[in-house]
Design a protein around this ligand. Structure first.
Ligand code: DSN
Length: 414
């Protein structure tokens, strides 16, 4: 970064400080990951200079014959990776992708069945303060109080009673597998459209380690970062019959020029995900998540729904230790462990200071951590929460976190 260092030392310093934070800390935010140096290089390339409203071969600006090749490669690789009939790689991120799906398939006011945010859903699945909750009539479904797993019989009951126009399946804080086939069966009974948001688990699906909704669902959205380990961005996959409506909803519906440098970086990441090493990586992400959940359970932490079948878990820190999610996040941040506070199902506390924390293993696995390291991480988490008000002990733990982290290189950081 010789140019940046000279021309904007302030931003240069900020980037260097963030590199240091990423290197010396333990990243357990379930939606974060480290992209490869190749993805980083592509995002920092001259492709950022181009405007290319439209789609490959049908642009509203000249000079796009090279950009067309990059976007087409991203599409072809995504189709191969996920077995999708049609792919749009232009969504700027997950929420715009979801907005486009609502716009393409529904009219304002239409009924949508969505997983409640406070139980593991996502803002764009119908939260009252989000466009989805403001523009559409959202009927929420929940997990079973005892098992903390989505009760599909209950989903069916609600669907048959409410007859939504669309059923949305997906989550940002749920550690069990979705029963895509059952969702589709229910939707077929009431002639509803099916929409899956696989933002969190796209990498695990691409690696064929968990079931995919793509064969069954009308439309599937994802982000391209998280477990998929690509650049920040979104993507929509759909059956051919929805292709034109989806494409029009993205452009000119809600977006202008696509971010060509990001779309090319998506192509690079999809290319990486098509390699056998990505399957090995994703399998390790899941093994590490199971090991971390087990190590925490051994220390008497309650894991929501009793464990994890993917890359993430919710821990009831308030119920297990009397430490709130906010207190846990702060104490862990203090020692260099990044996590986020999270509501747990039927939480008696509020979103800004809930009972739970959410942990995920995609980032630490990218750095090379294995099951045995999850024991150390669980131990560091436990010690931190036990000593959350003891500054001397926290300082000591912070040193241990740094020593632990520095054994693992971060891609793209020297
Ligand atoms: N912000 C993402 C997450 O952390 O799950 C979802 O959009």
């Amino acid at each position: 970064m010789i140019h940046l260092k000279k021309s904007d030392p302030k931003i240069y310093k900020i980037i260097k400080a963030e590199e240091k934070r990423q290197k010396e800390g333990i990243e357990l935010i379930a939606s974060e990951n480290y992209v490869s140096p190749a993805v980083l290089e592509t995002m920092g390339s001259v492709l950022t200079n181009k405007y290319s409203e439209g789609y490959p071969g049908k642009r509203y600006y000249g000079g796009n014959e090279i950009i067309d090749q990059a976007e087409s490669l991203a599409i072809t690789r995504a189709k191969k990776l996920f077995g999708a009939e049609h792919v749009n790689v232009q969504p700027l991120s997950g929420s715009p992708a979801n907005l486009a799906v609502y716009m393409a398939l529904l009219q304002p006011g239409d009924k949508v069945l969505g997983f409640s945010l406070d139980q593991g859903g996502h803002l764009s699945h119908g939260h009252p303060m989000n466009f989805s909750g403001k523009l559409y009539t959202i009927i929420p479904y929940f997990v079973d109080k005892k098992t903390e797993i989505i009760d599909m019989d209950e989903v069916e009951k609600i669907a048959l009673k409410e007859k939504p126009k669309m059923i949305l399946a997906g989550f940002s804080a749920y550690s069990k597998n979705m029963d895509w086939k059952r969702f589709k069966k229910i939707a077929d009974k009431i002639n509803a459209l099916t929409f899956a948001d696989i933002a969190h688990i796209a990498g695990l699906i691409a690696a064929k380690l968990i079931d995919s909704p793509i064969p069954y669902f009308d439309v599937v959205t994802t982000t391209t970062h998280k477990t998929l380990r690509g650049p920040r961005g979104g993507m929509i996959m759909c059956k051919e019959k929805f292709a034109s409506a989806i494409d029009k909803a993205i452009f000119p519906g809600i977006q202008g020029g696509p971010h060509d440098h990001i779309n090319a970086a998506k192509a690079v990441a999809f290319g990486e995900a098509l390699k056998p090493s990505f399957k090995t990586y994703s399998a390790q992400v899941m093994k590490n998540a199971k090991a971390l959940a087990g190590a925490l359970q051994k220390r008497n932490y309650r894991i929501i729904s009793g464990g994890t079948d993917n890359h993430l878990m919710l821990v009831d820190v308030f119920g297990s230790r009397g430490v709130t999610g906010k207190e846990a996040e702060k104490a862990l941040e203090h020692v260099g462990i990044s996590i986020n506070k999270n509501m747990i199902p039927f939480d008696s506390r509020k979103p800004l200071d809930p009972s739970g924390i959410r942990l995920g293993t995609p980032a630490v696995t990218t750095r090379g951590a294995k099951e045995k390291h999850m024991e150390t991480i669980a131990d560091l988490i436990d010690k931190t929460l036990e000593n959350k008000d003891n500054e001397t002990k926290l300082k000591k733990i912070a040193k241990e976190v740094k020593t632990f982290s520095l054994q693992f290189p971060v891609p793209g950081i020297k």
